[in-house]
Design a protein around this ligand. Structure first.
Ligand code: PRP
Ligand code: URA
Length: 206
């Protein structure tokens, strides 16, 4: 299931990311806050639990997100600020890392680092700002599914329509929450209008 945000605040954040004058520090900050907004949009599918806590009025039983059942996986490197945002809200969740790099010629992604804890039976939140051809996210989801999580949620900033449709077709059971779907890719497989290279924008390597 793909859900594109309709929140004016989310659109406001995405459009600030597109601005060529948005420097790396602010770019990372917006990605982090955007991830929190997208997390709020997907919270209906997060695992919940009842917990008894002491309060100034005695014990109180309330509903909490079961953070111990959640692993947030980031696809390095541009997704690091998004993972920070999710883990700021869900402080007891685990973090996992997949490093992938697109080949500039073939546009195929290549996995070069994998540090994922045991995710069997867990809720996995994958973060990656960009879904261009969808190749990186496709390979990440295929790898994660092999490890038998209970469910996978993907939080993304901008996707090209064809990349998002590719993911939806291959993984109809993944809940993909995306801030903005853009119309197309250019000949170098960059999203248009997009925001350029998210990793370079975030880490000042343009
Ligand atoms: C970017 C982005 C995605 C990928 C999307 O990463 O963060 O992971 O490209 O493109 P795709 O949908 O066509 O696979 P990149 O490979 O540039 O690595 P980086 O984050 O280290 O810059
Ligand atoms: N990766 C990016 O960071 N941006 C794009 O537009 C495509 C792939």
């Amino acid at each position: 299931m793909v859900k594109e945000s309709t929140s004016p605040l989310v659109k406001h954040m995405v459009n600030q990311l597109r601005d060529a004058h948005c420097d790396a520090f602010r770019f990372r900050w917006i990605l982090k806050e955007l991830a929190k907004q997208l997390l709020a949009e997907c919270c209906g599918v997060l695992p919940l639990m009842e917990r008894k806590i002491p309060t100034w009025q005695g014990n109180f039983v309330g509903s909490f997100v079961d953070e111990s059942r959640i692993t947030c996986v980031c696809i390095l490197r541009a997704a690091l600020p998004m993972q920070d945002g999710v883990l700021e809200v869900l402080g007891e969740a685990e973090g996992g890392f997949l490093a992938m790099k697109r080949d500039e010629q073939t546009h195929e992604s290549r996995l070069y680092y994998d540090r994922i804890p045991d995710i069997s039976g867990k809720t996995v939140i994958v973060v990656d700002p960009m879904v261009a051809t969808g190749g990186s996210l496709h390979d990440a989801l295929a790898l994660l599914k092999e490890r038998q999580p209970k469910q996978i949620i993907s939080l993304n900033a901008i996707g090209a329509r064809e990349g998002v449709e590719r993911i939806e077709k291959a993984f109809p059971d993944v809940d993909l929450h995306i801030a903005q779907i853009d119309p197309t890719l250019n000949k170098d497989a960059y999203i248009v209008p997009g925001l350029g290279d998210a990793g370079d924008r975030a880490y000042n390597t343009i």
